[in-house]
Write a protein that binds this ligand. Structure first.
Ligand SMILES: [Zn+2]
Length: 224
C-alpha cells in the first residue's frame, strides 16, 4: 500500500503526533504508519488532484521571494513561491462537497507542492530565477517544483510541518522578509496544498512595486 501522506499545519503537529502520525524527515511530511486507519487523520488527508490538471486559477498573482539558508552549503539562497490573491478559484478536490466544481476564495494563498504551472506563471518565475524547476520528490509525487540553491544547486525544502521557513512568517516582522512581485495576468496551477495567508501577514509582506492590496472578505461562493 502506498504511504498515506498528511497535510498537517505546524500548529497541529502535536495533535497529529498524539494520534500516531509519524514524521517523514526526507519528504518533510507527516504520514500514517502501517497498521493505523487513515480515517483517524481525516482532516489532514491530502486530496489527490491530477498532477497536470489545474486546480487553482486566477486573473493575477504574485511571485514571492525571500532568503533561506541552504541545508547543504549553508549560504543564503533566494527561494521563490507563488501567491494567489483574493478572488482566486479553486477546484474542489475529490471526496469533498461539490467535488470537481470551482469555488472562489476571498483570501490570499501561497501555493505549495506545485506539480504543474501555466506558461504565464512559468514565464513570470523565469524573470526572477532559473532555479525553480521540476524535480523528483521522494516518497510523494513523481515530480514537483522545487527551489534549488543558487550556489550549489541542492534541492531546497518547501515550507512544511516543521515551520521556521521564510514563507511561513509567524510575526509581522518575519512577513517583511518576503517580497511580492505583482503580475496582472491570468495563471493556472496544479498544487497539492495551498496555505491561506492571514491578512496580517500578507499585508506585512513587501511590495516590489505598487501592487494593490485588496480588502479582505473571507467569503467563498460557487462560480460555475
Ligand atoms: Zn547550497
Amino acid at each position: 500500500m502506498p504511504r498515506v501522506d498528511l497535510r498537517v499545519h505546524f500548529t497541529e503537529k502535536d495533535e497529529a503526533k498524539r494520534r500516531g502520525a509519524r514524521w517523514g524527515a526526507v519528504a518533510r511530511l507527516w504520514y500514517v504508519p502501517d497498521g493505523l486507519d487513515p480515517a483517524l487523520f481525516a482532516e489532514w488527508l491530502v486530496p489527490e488532484p491530477s498532477p497536470t490538471e489545474p486546480n487553482i486559477r486566477c486573473n493575477r498573482f504574485y511571485v514571492a521571494t525571500g532568503l533561506e539558508p541552504c541545508w547543504k552549503c549553508v549560504a543564503p539562497s533566494r527561494v521563490f513561491s507563488l501567491v494567489v490573491p483574493q478572488g482566486h478559484d479553486k477546484r474542489q478536490p475529490k471526496g469533498e462537497p461539490l467535488e470537481g466544481r470551482w469555488l472562489r476564495y476571498e483570501h490570499e494563498a501561497m501555493l505549495w507542492r506545485v506539480t504543474w504551472l501555466s506558461d504565464t506563471a512559468l514565464a513570470a518565475m523565469k524573470e526572477h530565477t532559473a532555479n525553480y524547476s521540476l524535480d523528483e520528490s521522494k516518497g510523494y509525487l513523481p515530480t514537483k517544483f522545487f527551489n534549488h540553491c543558487e550556489h550549489c544547486g541542492a534541492k531546497q525544502r518547501e515550507p512544511g510541518s516543521a515551520g521556521g521557513h521564510v514563507f511561513q512568517p509567524e510575526t509581522h516582522e518575519a512577513a517583511q522578509r518576503v517580497t511580492l512581485h505583482y503580475y496582472n495576468r491570468p495563471m493556472e496551477a496544479s498544487c497539492h496544498y495551498d496555505d491561506m495567508l492571514t491578512e496580517y501577514y500578507f499585508h506585512g509582506m513587501k511590495r516590489a512595486d505598487d501592487a494593490e492590496v485588496p480588502e479582505q472578505a473571507r467569503l467563498r461562493y460557487l462560480v460555475e
